[in-house]
Design a protein around this ligand. Structure first.
Ligand code: FAD
Length: 378
């Protein structure tokens, strides 16, 4: 008979969703075991921009969740000792219809809790060393955004959980079966009262039948990273352009978005085809992260498209003036995405929750979502 070890709660998956839930469980006094099948997390949570971006979130519950998450990020980053910067977010407008959406957002947004500020060209350039001034009309400045280096954060949070809260870490241990109170992982049997499955885009290993009717799919995104910018050059706020207004639900409250969407679709069918919008963030090392594209489907193509990288770089240069555009790394990431919901929480068996499907907002919302999971699961 294999030895049996005990915990109150098992969290499966050490991406940001699993880490956030392990933290919340530990704060509530539970004895937590965190399983990760790889030696360290390699999924979407280490492949992203590191953007914590409340301003893009849908008004109401998701925006509030993001604001709470941001506060928890600040606390965790300080205590776990990883780099983070509250740099804010700037959306640049190069066309009057983009400026119209930003203006409308600044008029309507405050009633819904957004605190964006409309800036003219001069004010934008004062804040953004990297913004391309050619044809720039102005921008939307939001101060609520922060950036982390996801590779560093996702590696340091587990050690912090172990140190601060006594969370037991089992990395390199895939969970292969959950039949509570028993869990099989890495050749060991654990006895737990509850299990939280935060396996990201792995729909097959545990509860595959759940996903057939779940409305979940996968999305593949291509990304690029420059070499460290010379002479400690800093980008300032994270940057985006008019394409991003289509992408984040916050801007759907603007009636002026409809004509902008129509113009962008007609003018840039190649961006439409690959779901490209342009974002830039900078990490502590000075590297600028550029992306991204969106290709949906359950079986993401393993091979990256040069065409997508070229489109991202071409359009990034329209908004950015970087001292160095030398690309040092290219990669893609895959996340789980629900067609309508900002997250999926399922109960496949008694005392088991599956939490996934956060799409492109997992870094922004996971900590707040974890609070909600446990409030509903007291
Ligand atoms: C390119 C890209 C850019 C993005 N940019 C941003 C951004 O800037 N801001 C933002 O808010 N969001 C962003 N996102 C979205 C965000 O990264 C995801 O929403 C989030 O990382 C999902 O976290 P997760 O924990 O669900 O998944 P993952 O990070 O994939 O983690 C799941 C983990 O579970 C483990 N696992 C799975 N099955 C098992 C098992 N049976 N046993 C043990 N372990 C298991 C896996 O090994 C993995 O480590 C981006 C995503 C991508 C791909």
């Amino acid at each position: 008979m294999k030895p049996i070890q005990h915990a109150n709660i098992a969290v499966i998956g050490a991406g940001i969703v699993g880490l956030a839930h392990a933290l919340e469980a530990a704060k509530r006094g539970y004895n937590v075991i965190l399983f990760e099948r790889d030696q360290y997390a390699l999924g979407a949570s280490v492949r992203n921009f590191g953007m914590v971006l409340p301003v893009g979130m849908a008004p109401g519950a998701v925006h509030q969740r993001a604001l709470r998450s941001r506060n928890i990020w600040l606390e965790v980053a300080r205590e776990a000792g990883f780099w983070h910067e509250p740099v804010g977010f700037m959306i640049l407008a190069y066309r009057p219809d983009e400026m119209a959406v930003l203006t409308e957002f600044c008029e309507r947004g405050p009633a819904l809790g957004y605190i964006g500020q409309l800036l003219d060209k001069t004010e934008v350039l004062q804040r953004c060393a990297g913004a391309n001034p050619d044809g720039l009309l102005g921008g939307l400045w939001s101060p609520t955004e922060m950036v982390v280096d996801p590779r560093e954060a996702v590696r340091k949070i587990p050690a912090y959980l172990a140190r601060q809260y006594g969370v037991t870490l089992r990395f390199g241990a895939a969970v292969t079966a959950i039949d509570l109170p028993y869990i099989e992982a890495g050749g060991q049997t654990w006895q737990v009262e509850r299990a939280l499955v935060c396996g990201g885009s792995d729909f097959e290993t545990l509860y595959p039948e759940l996903f057939q009717a779940s409305g979940l799919t996968r999305c593949k995104l291509q990304m690029l990273r420059t070499e460290p910018q010379p002479d400690n050059w800093r980008l300032g706020p994270m940057l985006a352009t008019g394409f991003t207004l289509k992408h984040y639900p916050a801007f759907s409250l603007c009636e002026s978005l409809t004509p902008l969407k129509a113009r962008l679709a007609a003018e840039y069918p190649e961006l439409e085809q690959w779901g490209i919008h342009i974002l830039a963030s900078q990490n502590e090392a000075g590297e600028v992260i550029l992306g991204d594209s969106h290709e949906y489907g359950l079986a993401p193509e393993p091979f990256d498209r040069t065409e997508i990288d070229e489109l991202i770089l071409f359009h990034a240069q329209k908004m950015l003036r970087l001292p160095s555009l030398k690309i040092s790394q290219r990669w893609h990431g895959v996340y789980a995405k629900h067609v309508e919901q900002a997250a999926v929480i399922e109960t496949p068996a008694e005392n088991v929750r599956v939490v996934t499907g956060l799409g492109g907002i997992g870094m922004t919302t996971s900590f707040g979502l974890a609070q909600e999971t446990f409030e509903a699961w007291a």
